[in-house]
Design a protein around this ligand. Structure first.
Ligand SMILES: *Cc1c(COP(=O)(O)O)cnc(C)c1O
Length: 376
């Protein structure tokens, strides 16, 4: 069986974890490995501050608190996304306002955002699907015009860029995921990227249960105390150690995934040219990170048949994201602005192929051949 996902493992993780336990004697949050991960992310992305979190979901919750999202506020986002994108704002009493996606990238259609802005709109949450950037120039212009926060759901976008800028560094806040299904992993985990230095101190306070403990550890104050509302969003240092092992090998992981992605693209292009399937589209100015390779079948029936065929041939291919506006909670908490032209239709056609660090060339060849066989 070729699994859809295998968590990344480079081989040095346990050595790093052992160091956390047996050398550092520091396994709670904000130990040496967390600091090294934060520094790595800051150096790699150029953001003012990166803070490791327990998940991307929690990073997004922190961003919602930092943006002072309140009851009745509206937050514009795509419906074709993971539940966390909406949950973080629903927890603050806000209304997710879903906007249709572009069929080519599956990202929010930047041309449809402005019409969804009302006097209650407070933020736009672009989701960089498959690590391919949204049209950030257009989104940032709208945000500036209407004084909106931009919180990037860059869960899938670590090591991707838009016009040379790392995803997650363009909006006020960027949220990364290090879940085991993502390119770089610590099991469960994430990071919050903070663009503007003036927002860093409050982010540190929110992340440390509303205390100024980070300042205390830096020796800037002689005792720490409760100064604001907050929660516990920091991961243990063993998880950070696991992640650092992978960040130290980030280029190798990136290149390995990119080889598989490019091979899929090369081998499946004839089928796409023949009009049987559609392949991912990467717009000008976007450099992706090979997070995902997908194909689009004609419709949901053809996709179901393809999933079955691949399964019979030992290949696990999956789809995801029942559009949020059609889910029970989405109907209760949110609303769709405008017409759903592409969100439902395109989500029903999309099928994700196996993609992970260590996927072999022969495996990609076999998967591509099997898809060809299905359409023959
Ligand atoms: C994976 C993912 C998340 C959630 O990440 P966690 O780290 O599991 O909380 C959020 N949004 C998108 C688009 C994702 O792919």
């Amino acid at each position: 069986m070729i699994d859809f996902n295998v968590p990344p493992y480079v081989g040095t993780e346990l050595k790093y974890v052992e160091e956390a336990v047996a050398v550092n004697h520091k396994i709670c949050g904000d130990g040496p490995f967390t600091h090294r991960c934060n520094a790595w992310l800051e150096q790699k992305t150029g953001t003012a501050k990166a803070l490791l979190t327990t998940s991307c979901t929690h990073a997004t919750e922190m961003a919602a608190l930092l943006a002072d999202i309140r009851e009745g506020d509206e937050v514009i986002m795509p419906s074709y996304t993971f539940v966390s994108t909406a949950d973080a704002f629903v927890l603050r009493g806000a209304v997710p306002v879903f906007v249709d996606i572009r069929p080519d990238t599956m990202n929010i259609d930047e041309k449809k955002i402005e019409a969804a802005v009302t006097e209650r709109t407070r933020a736009i949450v672009p989701v960089h699907y498959a690590g391919v950037s949204c049209e950030m120039d257009v989104i940032m212009d709208i945000a500036k015009k209407y004084h909106l926060h931009v919180i990037e759901d860059a869960a899938q976008g670590v090591m991707s860029t838009y016009k040379g800028k790392q995803l997650g560094t363009i909006g006020d806040y960027g949220c990364y995921s290090f879940h085991e299904t993502k390119n770089y992993s610590m099991g469960e985990g994430g990071a919050l990227l903070i663009r503007d230095p003036e927002n860093v101190e409050r982010a540190e306070i929110i992340r440390e249960k509303g205390t100024n403990r980070a300042k205390f550890f830096r020796g800037q104050i002689d005792k720490y105390t409760w100064v604001d509302a907050g929660s516990s969003y920091l991961p243990g240092d063993m998880n950070a150690a696991y992640l650092l092992a992978q960040l130290d090998m980030a280029d190798a992981i990136f290149e390995d995934r990119m080889r598989s992605w490019n091979l899929y693209q090369e081998l499946l292009t004839p089928l796409a040219k023949a009009g049987k399937i559609e392949l991912p589209f990467i717009p000008e100015g976007c450099n992706h990170n090979a997070h995902m390779f997908y194909v689009k079948a004609k419709d949901i029936e053809e996709r179901s048949a393809l999933i079955r065929f691949l399964k019979e041939h030992g290949i696990q291919a999956v789809f995801h994201y029942i559009p949020l506006h059609s889910a029970p909670a989405g109907q209760r908490f949110g609303r769709f602005h405008g017409e759903d032209i592409y969100t439902t239709k395109e989500s029903e056609r999309l099928l994700r192929l196996p993609m992970y660090y260590g996927l072999k060339e022969e495996q990609v060849q076999y998967i591509a051949e099997t898809i060809e066989e299905f359409y023959a």
